[in-house]
Design a protein around this ligand. Structure first.
Ligand SMILES: NC(=O)c1ccc[n+]([C@@H]2O[C@H](COP(=O)([O-])OP(=O)(O)OC[C@H]3O[C@@H](n4cnc5c(N)ncnc54)[C@H](O)[C@@H]3O)[C@@H](O)[C@H]2O)c1
Length: 399
């Protein structure tokens, strides 16, 4: 934990000892192409492709990591060099057939490994995308930094607790060359959010409601959702909107005046021993008098909205995450392959835009605009913990 930066080894003049070591290791799935290539530290340049290591691919068509992988494979100027899958290639005796097929289709140009530790040290220009389960991501980030990572795209919320994410920030800053960490909050770059914020800026005294929907069925699907996203609705789903509040409304625990839950649009359920919200709606008001509403519903479809209301409370404009044409296209893709998670189609453009901004920021050393930094991630998680306590207390008081 918190070890010193390990510098990449100098390029071997004779590659054979290195190759022998690796071929005799248990890391049978590492490809020769990756090893010989990545053992040489390279500087970031516009002409050479950026090497990307994806950690936590998960299941084809089901997991966020797989969705990122598909997009990374087609991004110009990007070369996926390795996929790390601690669960499917490590914990499980044998990966499922769909994952094996993916591995076979990408090998040997992409190395497949069960752990970050089994990869060679990263070059200065390696981007690491971490997409494990939230509880596993803190250790994965630390392992990536131990390998020399200088830029990480970390799936939101990054860690299960504020304390864990603060520790991750400290680790990222502790190395000789600090590691830049961006969080995968795709709504930060979503068109409907940008349009709503621009409209609200022209309406003095207006307020904004961010409405976030998922399309889980209320039976088994919701049970699986509660299990896979054990950090709960606020830290897993409405956290996107909390990151928006931090970034665009200066809402932080330090600036909060009050939180008011809307009980008519809130449902707390216990399924298979796990308690979580299936829906939740609340309004926050800051000490400076700014207010905004967040409404999240796990079982209400695939569209998200931003609703701008005038100072009199009347709805002035509603911005949808997809146009009618985009909805039709997403539906068509869904019919073409019903096994693919629907939100990969409905939010795919945002995921791609976010990765493009992170890749560009790493390549140029510049900023990534409204992309969430780890500081924004920490403030969003602080809000999630505070609002969970506040809402739970308000619901208990109302009983
Ligand atoms: N930005 C977004 O819109 C968005 C959307 C979905 C998920 N995410 C985030 O992406 C991350 C991954 O989410 P996901 O839905 O792809 O998760 P997932 O469970 O499908 O996969 C994540 C990882 O967990 C592993 N895994 C699968 N089953 C496991 C088990 N039983 N025990 C231990 N590990 C297991 C997978 O192999 C994979 O490496 C999370 O941090 C989540 O919050 C972000």
């Amino acid at each position: 934990m918190g070890t010193q930066q390990s510098h990449p080894p100098p390029p071997p003049t004779n590659p054979f000892p290195y190759l022998l070591l690796l071929t005799s290791s248990l890391v049978a799935c590492l490809s020769l192409a990756y090893l010989t290539h990545s053992s040489r530290p390279r500087s970031s340049s516009a002409s050479s492709p950026m090497e990307v290591v994806l950690v936590g691919c998960g299941l084809p068509k089901k997991s966020m990591g797989w969705c990122h992988l598909q997009q990374l494979l087609s991004m110009p100027g990007v070369r996926v060099v390795a996929v790390v899958e601690p669960f499917l290639l490590g914990t499980l005796d044998a990966p499922p057939a769909s994952f094996k097929a993916l591995q076979e289709s990408l090998s040997p140009s992409v190395a497949f490994a069960p752990s970050l530790a089994s990869l060679p040290d990263f070059s200065a220009s390696t981007l690491v995308l971490i997409c494990g389960r939230t509880a596993d991501n803190p250790l994965l980030l630390e392992a990536a930094i131990d390998k020399g990572a200088r830029c990480v795209y970390l799936e939101k919320p990054g860690a299960p607790t504020v304390a864990a994410l603060e520790r991750m920030k400290n680790i990222s800053l502790s190395r000789t060359v600090p590691c830049r960490v961006f969080l995968g909050y795709n709504k930060q770059v979503a068109r409907y959010v940008e349009e709503a914020l621009a409209f609200a800026a022209t309406e003095p005294g207006s307020t904004v409601e961010f409405i976030h929907h998922n399309s889980y069925g209320r039976g088994e699907e919701l049970a699986e959702c509660f299990e896979r996203n054990a950090e709960g609705l606020l830290k897993n789903m409405a956290i996107h909107e909390l990151a928006l509040l931090v970034t665009f409304f200066d809402v932080r625990v330090d600036t909060l005046f009050k939180v008011e839950v809307d009980r008519s649009r809130t449902e707390l359920l216990t399924i298979k021993g796990r308690s979580d919200f299936s829906s939740l709606s609340f309004t926050v008001t800051t000490l400076a008098g700014r207010s905004a509403t967040v409404t999240a519903d796990r079982c209400a479809g695939n569209l998200s909205y931003a609703v701008v209301s005038s100072s009199s409370g009347k709805e002035a404009a509603r911005f949808s995450s997809l146009t009618l044409e985009e909805q039709a296209e997403a539906a068509r893709l869904g019919r073409e392959d019903p096994e693919v998670m629907p939100y990969f189609h409905t939010q795919g453009a945002d995921y791609l835009a976010l990765k493009t901004r992170v890749v560009d920021a790493f390549r140029t050393g510049g900023t990534a605009g409204s992309v969430a930094t780890i500081d924004v991630g920490i403030e969003a998680l602080k809000l999630a913990e505070f609002i969970t306590r506040s809402v739970t207390r308000q619901l208990a008081d109302a009983e």
